[in-house]
Design a protein around this ligand. Structure first.
Ligand code: KIV
Length: 280
């Protein structure tokens, strides 16, 4: 059964945790879908882990649509959530609604996500009014890396923690479907989760959220970039891939691969005829 935003709501009500992983292509999306992951996030983190950028700020709407379409094809059951990239909604509410619509119509997303709290409530309200479910991403907002001067835990002092609570309450009021909490203290995230009626999904926000999300290259140790304290490596796939690539190179060089079992045959008589016609 295809998951919808109602699935997320039911999970919160029934106190069952929501699972979300990032996905950026058909093959990985299908593997995750087959494994029972509830939601696939086509995150703008694709700028870093798929395109090799230093941050997410260079990611475009075209990038997001391209990857979202591929993920949607592999997501039979999982809910597909796609990020609105930097500058696709900041300049105007028109941009926000128009680009949210493009992610749904062209990217085949079911839900969009944007980074922002109180400052973006009008955008959230108008996207929701256009019948597009929207997740508000608060706490650490990676698209603000230039203004923040780096990726840091948010909400550690009284005022910063209060600001995140006010953001959460405001985006719920504005019509957000769920809240993504990134890099905030666990007790604060748990408190917000109890305070709001919409589901919270955490990354670096402790166990008290209604669900968890991770960037899949992080949880499989595939990405060479900086890793955070909150990341757990579930399997050393990066090392296994490197070993497999090295084995391939060695076998090709030593003429062990391809072996006869990997080759297609042709009738010997045909080869004799061809050789007699073409031999120098
Ligand atoms: O883009 C992304 O992958 C995200 C996660 C960090 C949650 O927003």
């Amino acid at each position: 059964m295809k998951n919808t935003i109602l699935t997320l709501q039911q999970r919160k009500q029934n106190q069952q945790k929501i699972t979300m992983l990032t996905a950026y292509d058909y093959t990985t999306a299908k593997l995750m879908d087959d494994s029972g992951v509830d939601c696939l996030l086509v995150g703008d983190s694709l700028g870093m882990v798929m395109l090799g950028y230093e941050s997410t700020v260079s990611v475009t709407m075209e990038d997001m649509i391209h990857h979202s379409k591929a993920v949607a094809k592999g997501a039979k059951n999982a809910l597909v959530v796609t990020d609105l990239p930097f500058m696709s909604y900041h300049a105007s509410i028109y941009d926000a609604v128009h680009n949210a619509g493009r992610l749904i119509q062209e990217g085949n997303a079911q839900v969009v996500k944007l980074e922002g709290g109180r400052a973006f409530c009008e955008h959230i309200k108008m996207i929701a009014q256009a019948s597009i479910p929207v997740i508000a991403h608060i706490g650490l907002m990676p698209q603000s890396v230039l203004a923040l001067g780096g990726y840091k835990v948010q909400g550690r002092d009284y005022q910063a923690a209060k600001d995140i609570i006010l953001d959460a309450l405001a985006v719920e009021q504005a019509g957000a479907t769920a809240i993504l909490l990134e890099c905030v203290p666990a007790d604060l995230a748990k408190f917000i989760t109890e305070l709001v009626s919409i589901p919270t999904i955490g990354i670096g926000a402790g166990h008290g959220c209604d669900g968890q999300v991770l960037v899949y290259q992080d949880m499989l140790s595939m990405y060479d970039g900086v890793s955070s304290k909150f990341v757990k490596s579930f399997a050393p796939i990066g090392d296994q891939m490197k070993q497999a690539f090295a084995d391939y190179c060695q076998e090709v060089k030593q003429q062990q691969y391809p072996a006869s079992m990997h080759e297609f045959a042709i009738d010997g008589e045909i080869m004799i005829q061809l050789k007699s016609e073409f031999s120098k």
